[in-house]
Design a protein around this ligand. Sequence first.
Ligand code: ZN
Length: 237
Amino acid sequence: MPQRKDKLYYTHAVEIRKEKEQYGVYSLRKFKKDDLVLLEPVRCSYVMSPKDFGGNQSDACAFVAAIYRSPETLGREFMSFGLEAINGVFEVPPAHDKRYLQKLSRKYNKPYLHVLNTWRNVCTYHVRNYLIPSESNDLKVRLQLSALLNRVNHHCSPNSYGVCYFSSYRTFNEPIAYVRAIRDIEVGDEITYSYIHPKFLVEDVHSRQNEISECYDFACSCSKCESEMSKINALPT
Ligand SMILES: [Zn+2]
């Protein structure tokens, strides 16, 4: 947990940037090992059943659907954040998201522009979904909005670790997210942490890639994986 003695640099210490077609969080200052790199309240956490989540739309679309489904609770809470879409970012949804948003527009009888604007506001933040066990032991999906933590990319040789901490695991009250440096970080460095258990980080590239693709469904292309893969590819067959 963050401690009272922690210096809080987080407000102007990092920025979200797009590099190589991917958003990431980059350092605007030097950090020493153990410094708190960022700390943020998780803005909105919403629990839904997997059947409401289904389909191949993005997590952001699922969140937009949840807002229209619960206008008095989630919708009101979301409006109270006063989020505004960032110009030049997430202007146009990808085709499968667009089709989903058009369906929502018809289903809830809202102009498409209204739905599109909600999508853009949701995309200002990043949505991540987690499967969680519920009281009745069936799985639920938790959608979580956070501006920074969810934008921090995975690396197999990370410079930080990231935690989303809940004061109560059952109710998800007052969640906060924080990232702490595990080694010195220079200005301009990308902030990264490992999405997989640290025990996998000492294993070879194939075991790491298996674990990542099983849990997160992406192929890691971090600099450590790339250099290990190129060494393997250079071996005589
Ligand atoms: Zn990797």
